[in-house]
Design a protein around this ligand. Structure first.
Ligand code: S3P
Length: 444
């Protein structure tokens, strides 16, 4: 698949609901007694994998004709033994957060996933959850397939996160819900805080203190969660693709409504503005405990910058599309501190460096980042070798990044497999088409 344009991108779109918040809404709804109502749930494969797993463990989850969802939960401590292996597909968030939930329940579960997920490290959650009493057997290197047995009552833990990971933090917090006493997490580098916000929203006693060691999060265990009505804001990580598309296609003027701008997620907007991107936040408001705004994005000449490593956690999923913006900028963009990108759905540093090289962009790959020499607003060369394609490695964000790059290129940029896009952004193509993009050909 490749995209093309006959003019600027114009119009207003609404992207699907936030993936991180959608997973958490289903999980916490499944632990509350009574009906939790969710509107704006992301209906992507990753979130549907979470829904299927929660059903397999006793929750009743239904989709209404209106598009809203109901979850009837089993209560904290009430999850049931799943009868078959939990198939997590491509979803690291489903896997790691559910491992946390199961860790403090007296049940045994097996996790399986696709080739991408089966390569990803689970040791980062196995370690703290083992300290809480859960036991694990896994494929070599702490990988899927993995079978675990939880412990009730589990042992409360005080844990300093060795990697900046909201998934690890959330797994421990979810385990702490059915654990007596206080579960404490010290987070030296802040990561997305949706779990903390939503746990408080469901009535758990959770406090956050800023200390010299970092954020100290304390959850009082054996919590009773009260069902909620949740509106999921649009996913800033999905909005990132039309945002960069509008910045790089001459003459574009695009509005993306209802986007979550939680500061722990908004790093890309800050970095693109520092590069000269014309992005304005309109109508700021709070929805369901999360800050939200409409974004107006206009085509802009971009300049390369040194991206501070400290911004990485607040845009950890956005680097692949930032690299496409950098390829269009005037001058050089340098990124560092991105080791975590090597253990995402693909090794995103190598996948992006290889793909950028294939489309004629000069790039240097380092252990912890890329240095990209931009084309100063000119269309990128594209793929000149006949029949060559970009390899997406079962990674939705690699697929969408190069689809956006193809909007402003001299030769087509064809991606080998667009199917991974449905994990997080099922209507990516129709939305891009509504702004004026055309799909040129499909090889998949
Ligand atoms: C997520 C946390 C991040 C992010 C992922 C979603 C979450 O992963 O990359 O897409 O919902 O908690 P890490 O915790 O591995 O950084």
């Amino acid at each position: 698949m490749s995209l093309t344009i006959t003019g600027p991108l114009r119009g207003s779109i609404t992207v699907p609901g936030d993936k991180s918040i959608s997973h958490r809404a289903l999980m916490l709804g499944a632990l509350a007694v009574g009906e939790t109502r969710i509107t704006g749930l992301l209906e992507g494969e990753d979130v549907l994998a979470t829904a299927a797993a929660m059903r397999a463990m006793g929750a009743t989850i239904t989709r209404h004709a209106s598009g809203s969802w109901s979850v009837h939960g089993v209560g904290v401590g009430g999850l049931l033994q799943p009868q078959t292996a939990l198939d997590m597909g491509n979803s690291g968030t489903s896997t790691r957060l559910l491992m946390g939930l199961i860790a403090s329940h007296p049940i045994t579960a097996t996790f399986i996933g696709d080739a991408s997920l089966s390569r990803r490290p689970m040791g980062r959650v196995i370690d703290p959850l083992s300290l809480m009493g859960a036991s694990f057997s896994s494929a070599p290197g702490g990988r899927l397939p993995l079978t675990m047995t939880g412990l009730t009552p589990a042992v409360p833990l005080e844990y300093t996160l060795p990697v900046a990971s909201a998934q690890v933090k959330s797994a421990i917090l979810l385990a702490g819900l059915n654990t007596p006493g206080h579960t404490v997490i010290i987070e030296p580098i802040p990561t997305r805080d949706h779990s903390e916000r939503m746990l408080q929203g469901f009535g758990a006693t959770l406090t956050v203190e800023e200390t010299p060691q970092g954020r100290r999060i304390t959850l009082v265990g054996e919590a009773e969660l009260k069902p909620q009505t949740i509106t999921v804001p649009g996913d800033p990580s999905s909005a990132a693709f039309p945002i960069v598309a509008a910045l790089i296609v001459p003459g574009s003027d695009v509005t993306i409504t209802n986007i979550g701008i939680n500061p722990t997620r908004a790093g890309l907007i800050e970095v693109l503005q520092a590069m000269g991107g014309d992005i304005t936040l309109q109508n700021p408001r709070t929805i369901g405990g999360e800050p939200v705004a409409d974004l107006r994005v206009r085509h802009s000449p971009l300049k390369g910058i040194d991206v501070p490593a400290s911004v990485a956690p607040s845009m950890i999923d956005e680097f692949s599309i930032l690299f496409i913006a950098a390829a269009h900028a005037q001058g050089t963009t340098r990124t560092t501190g991105l080791e975590e990108l090597r253990v995402k759905e693909s090794d995103r540093l190598t996948a992006m460096a290889t793909g950028l090289t294939a489309i004629g962009v000069s790039v240097e790959e380092h252990e912890d980042g890329l240095t990209i020499h931009g084309h100063a607003g000119d269309p990128l060369p594209g793929i000149t070798q006949p029949g060559a394609t970009i390899t997406t490695h079962l990674d939705h964000r690699i697929a969408m990044s190069f689809a956006v790059a193809s909007l402003h290129a001299k030769a087509p940029i064809t991606i080998d497999d667009r199917t991974p896009i449905t994990t997080s952004f099922p209507n990516f193509l129709p939305l891009m088409q509504s702004l004026g993009a055309h799909e040129t050909h499909a090889t998949d």
